[in-house]
Design a binder for this molecule. Structure first.
Ligand SMILES: C[S@@+](CC[C@H](N)C(=O)[O-])C[C@H]1O[C@@H](n2cnc3c(N)ncnc32)[C@H](O)[C@@H]1O
Length: 457
């Protein structure tokens, strides 16, 4: 079997895992890609992302092309057709190659009976492309390629912006890095990069996707992969030397590492309920030069600042970091000492990062939002008593739904006597009744929500 055929087969396995078994791309994709060489892994990834992104539009086209719907047991054949349609409509794969490969694919899946049908359906698409797409696009679900419940929810929350949000969700996200100033300056890094990129502060956005592990300084921790919207979190904490800081939902540690880069002299606890995801926090912190994980808090105040070594490289800062597995809706992991800062990057619908994770459109269900809002409420209520008087809690989601954002914060403020909002003054996003919202695609950022809450002294 050729490698490209193998790439298409792997794409089918991943799509089945997401669509049928509800697995996320972050768990289903990596093992499949490991079966392929670099070029074919990139091809398989493009097919998977593309089909998940355009699924509702492709399905509406397919529905017109099939004489009768396929049976549930023929899901693999249906996915071959969606992959074929995606290649024909959205990629530069030549038409004849897309058709032939799709026919071969069903044969490899031992579905010889479907070979003729797949051939006919795809050739019909080529002949009637414009009419088929025009007809499909009369329906919002197909036109915007999102499940209808989510379209309605976004329309209710963002009566003016919902079409732009949906269109942004279907764009490919940029590859944005955060330069780790503990190791290298952004200017030096961009010089070393030798790839077209735009730099803005510590953020560097590459003009095209690439394997970050091959970029200069990956192993040496010169940079972290972090969306520009996520890079806004740590600076809002106003971290000061010696503070006790809780990152309550820390994994995989993107914002934890940024907080440490901005202020290495803090006592930081990185908590997460998922032990397996905490392994990634430890790996990320170690690569970026913040180690060792599980260092006990420094008994006599803050650690010294990073210093310059004789080679001009910055030495690893000594930070006091505890990485802990624990449920932030419970207290059993807390030693009773107040935190000066709490970062609560809450589990959420992730509706702000759909362009990066198109599987969210298939995985998320309407009832999830109520459940997530309940968890967010519990997290806020449980963590608030752990905050020192005068301390700050930064509430973050990568959601664009008001129930998880400004309504959540409004309810918390209304029911918590010693909480006030510190209004975030910024030149990004938009001020809401409470907090600030970035909608996906704004200044090339993912959709994020930030609200800063202060405890009375
Ligand atoms: C949005 S992600 C955090 C991303 C992370 N802050 C970063 O910047 O890399 C949310 C995290 O919350 C964790 N989580 C979910 N429920 C939790 C709970 N009850 N207590 C602690 N962590 C929880 C999840 O395991 C997940 O890692």
């Amino acid at each position: 079997m050729s490698e490209t055929h193998n790439a298409r087969l792997q794409a089918i396995h991943v799509l089945r895992a997401v669509i049928e078994q509800g697995e996320s791309l972050s768990t289903a994709l990596p093992p499949a890609l490991r079966e392929l060489d670099f070029r074919n892994a990139a091809f398989a990834q493009m097919l998977v992302y593309g089909v998940l992104r355009w699924r509702w539009r492709l399905e509406a086209v397919l529905q017109q092309l099939l004489q009768k719907p396929l049976k549930a047991k023929d899901e693999d054949v249906r996915l071959c057709l969606l992959i074929g349609l995606y290649q024909l409509n959205d990629t530069r794969v030549p038409d004849h190659a897309a058709v032939n490969a799709s026919v071969e694919l069903v044969k490899q899946l031992n579905r010889e009976w479907a070979a003729g049908m797949v051939n006919a359906v795809l050739r019909n698409f080529i002949r009637h492309r414009d009419e088929l797409l025009e007809q499909a696009d009369k329906d919002w679900q197909a036109r915007y390629s999102h499940p209808i419940w989510l379209i309605k929810r976004l329309r209710d929350d963002w009566p003016d912006q919902w079409p732009a949000i949906l269109d942004a969700n279907n764009q490919q996200a940029p590859l944005t890095l955060r330069v780790n100033r503990q190791k290298i300056s952004p200017d030096e890094f961009v010089q070393q990069l030798e790839l077209p990129a735009d730099a803005d502060g510590d953020g560097v956005t590459l003009h095209q996707a690439t394997d970050v592990t091959n970029l200069p300084g990956y192993d040496a921790g010169w940079f972290a992969v972090q969306d520009a919207g996520a890079q806004l979190a740590a600076p809002l904490l106003d971290l000061q030397p010696g503070q006790r800081v809780l990152d309550a939902c820390a994994a995989p540690g993107g914002k934890t590492a940024h907080a440490l880069a901005l202020q290495p002299q803090i006592n930081l606890m990185a908590l997460d309920v998922s032990e397996s995801r905490l392994v990634r926090v430890a790996e990320n912190l170690r690569r970026l030069g913040f180690s060792p994980a599980h260092t006990p808090p420094l008994p006599n105040g803050p650690a010294p600042l990073a210093s310059l070594s004789p080679h001009g490289e910055r030495e690893q800062p000594r930070c006091a970091i505890i990485i802990k597995a624990g449920d932030a809706t419970q207290r059993d992991w807390w030693d009773g000492r107040y935190f000066d800062r709490i970062m609560l990057d809450a589990p959420c619908s992730a509706t702000g990062v759909i362009r990066r994770h198109p599987d969210i459109k298939s995985l998320r269900q309407p009832d999830d939002i109520t459940e997530l809002a309940n968890t967010q409420r519990q997290l806020l209520q449980n963590l608030w008593p752990m905050l020192a008087p005068g301390g700050l809690l930064l509430y973050i989601t990568c959601s664009v739904l008001k129930a998880e954002n400004e309504q959540q914060v409004a309810e918390f403020l209304a029911t918590t006597a010693d909480a006030t909002e510190q209004v975030i003054q910024a030149d990004w996003g938009q001020a809401r009744t409470h907090g600030r919202q970035i909608l996906p695609g704004e200044n090339n950022m993912d959709g994020f929500y930030y609200a800063l809450l202060q405890k009375a002294r």
